[in-house]
Structures are given as C-alpha cells and as structure tokens.
Write a protein that binds this ligand. Structure first.
Ligand code: FES
Length: 97
C-alpha cells in the first residue's frame, strides 16, 4: 500500500508499506530527517507526525497518549514509532511535524 509522507518543506515522498509495519520503519530507511531520539520507545516525542485519518491506523495506547500529553484517542498527532499500519492504511498521508 502507498503511504505519502509530507516533509517539513512540503515535499511529498511516497513509500510502500504493509499492514503491521510501524511508520518509523517506513521513515528510517529513507533519507528523511526525522529524529527518533528514544529509538522508538515512545518516550521522547521527537517523532511526532500528523496522520490524515486516525481511523486508518492502530489506535494509541495510554503510554503514547501520555507522551503526547492528550487524552483524545482519535488525535491526529501521533508518534511515528507507535503507529502501526492496518489493512485500511492505503492512501494515508503522514505529515512530519
Ligand atoms: S522515537 Fe521517541 S517517541 Fe518515538
């Protein structure tokens, strides 16, 4: 499935993903400058992204919501290291924050 990454300068990069992949796994192999300061532990908040449709990815766990400092389970702002693609994720747009 295709996932569109929208970089901070507005450039768009389409990457190929599968259900079960974490967004971090799609971003890390590319040259896209995203910092994963805690190496995917979900603690630092450095990998914040905005997803175009929260219903198309895995819902956030309580620990992710704590790091994001929100209680909204449908928040569009997510941690790339904690988001897992689902079979419905094709066409998702992910804006790097
Ligand atoms: S890498 Fe630290 S929260 Fe994602």
């Amino acid at each position: 499935m295709n996932i569109t990454l929208v970089l901070k300068d507005g450039q768009e990069v389409i990457v190929d993903g599968n259900a079960g992949d974490r967004l971090m796994e799609l971003i890390e192999p590319s040259d896209i400058p995203v910092i994963f300061a805690c190496r995917g532990a979900g603690l630092c908040g450095s990998c914040r992204v905005k997803v175009s449709d929260p219903s198309k990815v895995s819902p956030p766990e309580d620990d992710e919501l704590d790091t994001l400092d929100t209680s909204d389970p449908e928040t569009e702002v997510r941690l790339a290291c904690q988001v897992t693609l689902t079979p419905e994720s094709d066409g998702l747009r992910v804006t790097l924050l």
